[in-house]
Ligand binder design. Sequence first.
Ligand code: 6PG
Length: 259
Amino acid sequence: TSQPHLYSFPDTETLAKQLRPYVLRCQNAALARHNTFRVAVSGGSLPVVLAKALLADSNGSPEDTPQFSKWNIFFADERAVPLDDKDSNYLLLKDELLSKIPAELGAPTIHPIDEKHVRDGDTQALADVYQEDLMRSFAAKESVKLPVFDLILLGCGPDGHTCSLFPGHELLREKDAWVAAETESPKPPPKRITLTLPVVTSALNIAFVATGGGKKEILKAIFDNEEGHSLPSALVNQGAGEKVSWFTDHPAVEGIAFP
Ligand code: 6PG
């Protein structure tokens, strides 16, 4: 596969301005293809940047308008906590973006986790039920090998993790499941569910948003360095090549030789 695209902007405001046309191009292609836009989002700093991108004023053209009523939003990873818990990625997205969408843009269909298995503490069941939700949207697992998201929006942790796929973890070798349980996440809270690597790399478009000087060392390892090649975020680059776009700011890529 060919190389991922690496973009860098002076600050997150400028980054968000450029993320908007990227996301809307993905939306418009998806709507033309199947009249729905299936997107997965991460937690961390992503929802804030995404909200900046999508809630900005439109130039008035249909191409520059988020058609939220056609969006199906899934979570690339989610913590096994109630939906009103401060650690919930759903709550974060709701507070930053969903609750602020003007009524005239329509309301997206959201796919949160099923809280029943949060209450009973069964993280595997939580993952299985989420996978069933994906199967209802993307076809049965028996008839398609993998779901094909129109867009997956990811963060990259300072250790190189993405979704809840952590470095050196056996989950990186998962070939079959679409959604997996993680019960000992090194980043709290420990119990989570996550899309698996084959699902991530099967998406039509994958965007990472990584900003700030705290990401400098890990981005250098991912892009410049042999040892970095087994990091989860680097595995996405290798598996998906030019389908991947990195939206970074200057402090995050300081010293990197651009591909
Ligand atoms: C989570 C997030 C996580 C995040 C990265 C990057 O649930 O913990 O989805 O995978 O995307 O940790 O986070 P930042 O963008 O805040 O650095």
